[in-house]
Design a protein around this ligand. Structure first.
Ligand code: ADP
Ligand code: MG
Length: 729
């Protein structure tokens, strides 16, 4: 493989950036210049239009036709000034990536010339020919129409030569076919619930935003080597490959010096991000060789999610220019850390307060505790939905794979906060509390900021960890659309806050003072949700046993995890908050199961193909060489000498045969089982069979192949090895 590799390296070093040249060292000079931001709008819109659009962006109010025309025209002029020739409605179908269909601004005029045109109707609504996007049966073919509708709360931007307008994607009958629409609805639900609970503490709060700061992990591999690996190219992960002798055991990559070629790539994509107003700030090496992370400043969730999707797109485009393939798969390499996308989440008021940050006095700390404990309670009651939100074929390889959070949902809050919750649980007395009781508790609560300062304990093994002023949901997969988990998290928290409000109001009505009513309700919630809190090692086997004792679920595979979406109470929960209707949930379940089946099917086919077409022929080749060698020994030497001199070769010949037989046997089984799966009617049964029967067969095939890799002449091996993929700079 050496020649390809060195050519790629050479290309990378001599490369000239094509996508965008770095405009200046001062990021502020070009930051956001391709975003139709408030600043750009002010330049191009009348004051009246500006006011209406701002209101629509902040409060979701409607924009009438006349203003829409004005905005469209302004957007077009601005976009052309930024180099755009086309426009597209940019949306998030359930395929997991983003979709776009470009139309030119230029329309032919009757006199043989052309004119650039972009009207309000084109801005607000489009009908992409979308019949091939997954809809889980919602869109019958006779009404295959899907519409994209402008989301003014996320600003339009110019990418390359195209004006991109963030939109939601719905069916003819109004069902949501994307990730954005339920996300916007979940954010509305949590806004309304949190704002109403905030009234206990501060009447000035009129709006609460959920904030999201994602941390994106990825692997970089040389593009030429990647293309020489059919498994990576077709499934995103190495289905074969012996672990290199040196992997991540020395921990020498984590936070280490970023290799020069990777650094050039990072600087380049960060510039592209900054031009698009994506506030990326952090870059570092991750634990595994060639694994890296990028993280931005957190933002309002809808915008943060659009930015993450855009970033994933930019990583791929810029990667190409540097002859890299950016792997966003959750587990590209067995035996090395997988990649996640930590979702840091908090709630921020329009008065500038982070509701998950302990305050300066007992009152604000009581507010903090309210949101903190209600979040724990929500995760406790609905852990299974949260688990389902991160369930994908890719993430199954990673969750619980000794470096990633396990499939068991639990929360880490640190020993100090744990202690405080126990204190509240014990000290809030039944009946009316005495002033002394209250003073004591207030003192305790007042001490939170200090105790958090000492809370340097950073448990990385927990899927849902409190990290001082936010929760970090770490089980999210690196290729996921964050909306999947953000829809669930914000919905379950909204529901819990609504329940809390009702319960506290009831206590107040019965004559208890507000603070005491809140404390009593919090005490009840602590008692009920204690079992979700776990401070120990989430990777240990003991935790699996302990979690079972506590009654926590441990869904190891996607088909098992997804089943929660069939529950009536889950439908009711999402319907009551107007986030997803029952048919929408059912259709999403179908799309998710189908995605799982298709991905496992592709993996199974690629595994069978490579084993038969690449591995076995190579093994036979090498075996023939050995046979010739053995035969030669007998020609050259007397029998006893020849026997002795060729014993190692003879043994090897037989070992190779054993592994080839192992491969053949299991590839045959794989074929037979695949035929069986295809005959199963229900998608659910098919998914389950892929998880329980077919996936394990591919693992056995891999074991045999990886053993052969160790026996066969390195020169003959038909694909780049993991050592080459992971240590090529
Ligand atoms: P880590 O040690 O996990 O890398 P950091 O403090 O660097 O933690 O933050 C990680 C991410 O959390 C960043 O993307 C950051 O913007 C985000 N973050 C910080 N505060 C909040 C918040 N209030 N809401 C949401 N995300 C936040
Ligand atoms: Mg983190």
């Amino acid at each position: 493989m050496a020649t390809i590799r060195f050519k790629a390296l050479e290309d990378a070093v001599n490369r000239k950036p094509l996508f965008h040249q770095k405009p200046s060292n001062r990021i502020s000079e070009f930051y956001g210049q391709n975003v139709f931001s408030a600043k750009a709008m002010r330049e191009y819109l009348t004051d009246e239009a500006m006011e209406i659009v701002t209101d629509a962006m902040e409060n979701g109010t409607r924009i009438d036709r006349k203003i829409a025309d004005q905005v469209a025209s302004a957007m077009k002029e601005w976009a052309i000034s930024r180099g755009a020739t086309h426009y597209t409605h940019w949306f998030q179908p359930l395929t997991g990536s983003t979709a776009e269909k470009h139309d030119s601004f230029a329309k032919p005029a009757s006199d043989g010339t052309a004119i650039e045109k972009f009207e309000g109707t084109m801005l607000i609504q489009q009908e992409p020919d979308a019949s091939s996007f997954p809809s889980g049966g919602i869109r019958n073919t006779f009404e295959a129409r899907g519409y994209t509708l402008w989301d003014p709360s996320s600003p339009a931007f110019v990418l390359g030569n195209t004006l991109c307008i963030p939109t939601i994607f719905i069916s003819y009958t109004g069902f949501s076919l994307d990730y954005k629409m339920p996300l916007l609805k979940a954010l509305t639900a949590v806004d309304s619930a949190a704002t109403s609970v905030c009234q206990y503490f501060d009447k000035n709060v009129k709006k609460v935003h959920a904030t999201l700061g994602w941390e994106q992990e990825y692997f970089l591999v040389d593009r030429a080597l990647y293309e020489a690996r059919p498994d990576l190219a077709l499934t995103g992960r190495a289905l074969f490959g012996h672990n290199p002798a040196k992997g991540q055991q020395l921990d020498d990559h984590y936070f280490g010096i970023i290799p020069r070629r990777a650094m050039e790539f990072m600087k380049h994509f960060e510039t592209e991000c900054h031009i698009l107003g994506i506030p990326v700030t952090t870059r570092h090496n991750e634990v595994a060789p060639n694994q890296f992370e990028v993280a931005p400043m957190f933002e309002e969730t809808n915008l943060a999610n659009d930015h993450n999707l855009l970033l994933m797109d930019i990583l791929e485009r810029v990667g190409r220019e540097h002859n890299f393939k950016v792997l966003l798969h959750e587990k590209p390499f067995e035996g090395l850390n997988g990649s996640g996308k930590h979702n840091n989440w908090a709630l921020a008021t329009d008065t500038g307060v982070n509701l998950l940050k302990p305050g300066k006095n007992p009152k604000s700390n009581l507010q903090f505790l309210t949101f903190f404990i209600n979040t724990l309670k929500a995760v406790h009651v609905h852990a299974d939905i949260l688990r389902a939100a991160i369930a994908t074929a890719g993430n199954d390889h990673r969750l619980g794979a000794n470096e990633a959070p396990p499939a068991i949902m639990s929360a880490f809050i640190g020993t100090q906060l744990s202690g405080l919750l126990s204190a509240i649980e014990k000290n809030v007395k039944a009946g009316t509390m005495t002033p002394e009781d209250k003073t004591e508790l207030k003192l305790e609560i007042g001490r939170i900021p200090q105790i958090l300062l000492d809370n340097t304990d950073r448990n990385r093994t927990s899927p849902f960890a409190f990290t001082g002023n936010k929760f970090e949901f770490r089980a999210v997969g690196s290729s996921a659309n964050c909306a999947s988990s953000m829809v669930v998290l914000n919905t379950i928290v909204a529901n819990q806050l609504n329940e809390f409000k009702k319960a506290v109001d009831k206590r107040i009505k019965s004559g208890i003072k507000k603070d005491e009513a809140i404390l009593k309700e919090l005490q009840k919630l602590i008692k009920e949700s204690k079992s979700i809190i776990f401070e120990g090692d989430g990777y240990s086997d003991d935790w699996v046993k302990e979690a079972k004792k506590r009654g926590l679920s441990n869904f190891r595979t996607t088909p098992e995890a997804l089943a929660v979406w069939k529950k009536k109470e889950v439908h009711e929960l999402f319907e009551s908050l107007n986030v997803l209707s029952a048919p929408e949930i059912e259709s999403r379940l179908e799309v998710a199961l189908e995605d799982y089946v298709l991905r496992r099917q592709i993996e199974a086919r690629v595994c069978g193909d490579i084993a038969q077409n690449h591995i076995i022929p190579t093994a036979i080749n090498y075996q023939n060489r050995l046979i010739t060698n053995v035969k030669g020994m007998y020609e050259v030497f007397p029998t006893t000498t020849a026997k002795k001199a060729s014993s190692m070769q003879s043994e090897l010949i037989l070992k190779i045969s054993d592994h080839m037989n192992g491969i053949k046997e299991n590839v045959d089984k794989l074929l037979e089982q695949r035929r069986k799966v295809d005959s199963l009617g229900s998608l659910e049964k098919r998914a389950k069979m892929y998880a329980d029967v077919l996936k394990p067969l591919t693992d056995v095939i891999r074991e045999h192949s990886d053993s052969l890799e160790m026996l066969i002449d390195d020169e003959l091996w038909p694909m780049p090895k993991l050592r080459e993929l992971l240590f090529t700079r």
